[in-house]
Design a protein around this ligand. Structure first.
Ligand SMILES: [Fe+2]
Length: 492
């Protein structure tokens, strides 16, 4: 999936060449693209486009088919056969929409084919998809297996010219050796080779679950249909009969990789949807939890907000602060498993009741553990009640053994608990709460986190905009083990 994380160039940085003999079409397309910040160049026909493409660099070419001087299909062929322009993805935009027209476009090397009617709705989306595919393909590794050094060299040259990386082997056995260390995105293999032929090699690849999903293309001088059929049966995805045209080879490779990419996208989309749903369900659980008790309302949001600011103050990346935020929102999720008679009890808790409350970090972590995408925030949920001096729960971890994100969350949790009204006491004022936080540094709370928090609070206090103002709202926390110096009556 690594290719999916490569960034797509911003639309505004793109240089697109529009080729159409209709000035009206060029003007409409240009306006649409200019609105997205794209740099647009126009050409009236294929010949003019070819001249311009050889002089200037482009990230994409959008071309009509029917034009005087040189039509779009011929332009496509010429661009794809010239090493200087063959890497530029081409979108054919035509009013012709028969299967034969579309087939001709793809055969000439177009990345995609859309009709002018579709363009109105989906031009930008199509451009993005084509560029994502191109970005994905650039730098992909192809394993070329052939006993002929001439074929290996020719194929390598053709593939490298369009941006692929190539690794070569002279027979199946040597290729399997390479596969111990390299994971190519596609394999091109001859059939007749010494030591291990293409058929044995294909079988070996497909019997290994780690290799079986790599697209496998057979290159063979043998046009024997039964052999080809057998190769397809044992797992080959496609075949090319020698002598083949190198452009034909490149198109086959690109097509197979695009298909693989589409599958990866679909899988990625499915996973993202699943994660969104899981997160929405968990967030609903948290809302349900907070709805049980007026005093807890807004607590998780407030803790998340303070923890995120501390994390940002420590110089963490956006990705990290987002996770700290999520962990803060879910840190008390486990209270869903604490009975009302204990969770909502206004008075002092008995030892048994406190023991029940102390289970909530483990319950929360157990609820979230089956969701792989939330693995990184589990330590926040599990360890937000640990103390630096080792007197916290559930594991009594000490100092740096407590994960940093949990130490950060503990500061937010404590501060917000101190300043919030609870059934058994009113929230204290900001100055008093800050004093308590300071005195808890090094015993209950992490000194580094407290230092950042106090700096942040003092700075915010000077500007009259405190963290507590920003996080607002009455809320709660369950028993916090405040230092003895704390004047606030703790619940336990
Ligand atoms: Fe908690």
């Amino acid at each position: 999936m690594d290719g999916l994380t490569k960034t797509l160039p911003l639309l505004k940085e793109l240089r697109i060449l529009i080729v159409d003999d209709s000035a009206v079409v060029r003007s409409v397309l240009s306006k649409e693209l200019l609105r997205s910040g794209v740099q647009v160049t126009q050409a009236e026909n294929g010949q003019q486009a070819l001249d311009i493409a050889l002089r200037k660099e482009f990230d994409l070419i959008i071309t009509d088919v029917e034009m005087p001087c040189m039509n779009g299909i011929e332009l496509c062929r010429r661009l794809k056969s010239d090493p200087r322009t063959q890497q530029i993805p081409i979108v054919i935009l035509s009013s012709l929409d028969s299967e034969e027209d579309i087939r001709k476009g793809f055969l000439a090397g177009a990345s995609t084919y859309i009709t002018k009617a579709q363009a109105k709705e989906s031009l930008i989306e199509t451009i993005e998809t084509v560029l994502q595919k191109t970005t994905f393909q650039r730098g992909r590794l192809i394993l070329v297996v052939d006993d002929s050094s001439t074929v290996r060299t020719l194929v390598e040259k053709g593939l490298k010219e369009v941006g692929f990386e190539v690794v070569k082997a002279e027979n199946g056995r040597a290729a399997l050796e390479i596969l111990k260390n390299e994971r190519p995105d596609l394999i091109l293999s001859d059939i007749d080779m010494p030591e291990m032929n293409g058929e044995e090699f294909c079988k070996a690849v497909h019997s290994d679950p780690l290799l079986a999903t790599i697209p496998f293309v057979v290159l063979s001088a043998n046009n024997d249909r039964p052999i080809m059929r057998r190769m397809l049966q044992i797992g080959a995805d496609s075949y090319l009969v020698k002598p083949f045209n190198i452009d034909q080879l490149v198109i086959t490779v690109e097509k197979l990789l695009s298909d693989k990419l589409l599958l990866l996208y679909k899988e990625k989309e499915r996973l993202e949807t699943e994660q969104r749903l899981i997160l929405a369900s968990i967030t609903s659980l948290c809302c349900a939890l907070e709805a049980r008790d007026a005093y807890t309302r807004g607590h998780s949001e407030a803790v998340a907000s303070i923890a995120t600011r501390i994390a940002a103050g420590m110089g963490m990346s956006r990705e990290e602060t987002d996770l700290v935020m999520l962990g803060g929102k879910l840190h008390d999720l486990g209270k869903i498993g604490v009975v009302d008679s204990v969770l909502l009890k206004p008075g002092k808790l008995s030892d048994e009741e406190f023991a029940i409350i102390k289970r909530h970090p483990v319950i929360g972590a157990d609820i979230l553990r089956p969701v792989p995408s939330l693995a990184k925030i589990l330590p926040i949920v599990l360890y937000h009640h640990e103390r630096i001096d080792g007197k916290g729960y559930p594991e009594g971890l000490k100092g740096d053994r407590i994960p940093l994100w949990a130490r950060i969350t503990a500061v937010g949790d404590t501060y917000h608990a101190l300043t919030s009204d609870r059934p058994y006491r009113a929230g204290m004022d900001r100055e008093k709460a800050l004093q308590i936080i300071e005195s808890a540094s090094g015993t209950q709370l992490c000194p580094d986190c407290v230092e950042i928090f106090l700096k942040m609070e003092l700075w915010a206090g000077e500007s009259g905009d405190t963290v507590s103002d920003r996080t607002g709202g009455p809320s709660d926390e369950e028993p916090i083990a405040l230092p003895d110096a704390a004047a606030a009556p703790a619940r336990k």
